[in-house]
Design a protein. Structure first.
Length: 291
């Protein structure tokens, strides 16, 4: 059990990581929330599939492989950038520790990277356009991320440094190796809300007919999430670092991926401008020649 408060808002929550037990096997809220996000995200993608020239079966086939692949990628990413937790005293890998995910140790960027790779392989196998499939899947990704951060809330993790802001979160956290009461940034909430805004913006772009090319929504997602994650990661106290450097891995990946996505979007628009713009330019050019 953990007590989490929001003293500036007058809120107190008593949280239990375990939802229920089946004999000696505990079912955690974190797993339930992740599964719920996966189901809701997958269902939403299936409903939107036709807008991208795809079938719901295309999405279901992808989910069949992306679910285990995403978990594997998230785990490997975490282990690679936090290896000391998974090695024995002699430096060899502790396989049991590597496989034990009950105590956390999943990194969303690893899941995204593996998920994108699997989507590319599925698209090639089914002979469907990968950019269109990527566009269709961004909504599922965002729904999963929106929900997943509340799993971090139940686990009382993924929080930020101490603050006195009105929405600060009071927890029993570790400072200098000592467990004590702290009032910190609720960075899990920041990221969940950031993803919710991103979901609404991308949905608006889709339904307003502002999507100009396959892959546009995916690139916008990469830019939006990367920028927000880069900012929020700077507040967190549990960041993974890029090997022996002082660089926060997810912050670096977030800002770099955001920059790359923006460049690709601008390049795509420059290479293939809006047909209406071409039409207007042609009319103006014809008018000038006539004059």
């Amino acid at each position: 059990m953990s007590t989490v408060t929001f003293p500036g808002l007058g809120l107190t929550f008593q949280l239990n990581r375990v939802a229920f037990s089946l004999g000696d096997f505990a079912i955690y809220w974190y797993g339930i929330i992740i599964a719920l996000g996966f189901v809701l995200g997958g269902g939403f993608c299936c409903l939107q599939a036709k807008k991208f020239g795809l079938r719901p079966d295309d999405i279901l086939d992808l989910l069949l492989f992306a679910a285990p692949g995403g978990i594997l990628g998230a785990r490997l990413y975490y282990i690679v950038f936090n290896p000391s937790l998974y090695r024995n005293a002699d430096g060899s890998w502790n396989l049991k520790a590597c496989l034990n995910v009950h105590n956390g140790g999943l990194a969303i960027y690893g899941g995204i990277i593996f998920g994108v790779l699997i989507a590319w392989l599925v698209a090639r196998h089914k002979k469907i356009p990968f950019p269109a499939l990527a566009d269709a899947c961004v909504f599922g990704l965002l729904i999963g991320q929106i929900a997943g951060r509340w799993g971090n809330f139940v686990n009382v993790e993924a929080y930020g440094r101490e603050t006195d802001l009105p929405w600060r979160m009071g927890i029993e956290g570790a400072a200098d190796g000592v467990k004590q009461y702290m009032e910190v940034h609720p960075t899990f909430l920041y990221e969940s809300l950031w993803n919710l805004v991103g979901f609404c913006l991308l949905l608006l772009i889709l339904y307003k007919g502002l999507r100009k090319f396959d892959g546009m929504l995916f690139l916008l997602y990469v830019a939006w999430y990367g920028f927000g994650r880069g900012l929020i990661e700077g507040l967190r106290t549990d960041s993974l670092y890029f090997f022996s450097t002082g660089i926060r891995t997810s912050q670096m990946v977030g800002f770099v991926s955001c920059a790359v996505a923006v460049v690709l979007i601008l390049w795509k628009f420059r290479k293939n401008p809006d047909p209406m713009d071409l039409y207007v330019n042609q009319i103006n050019k014809t008018g000038e020649e006539t004059a």
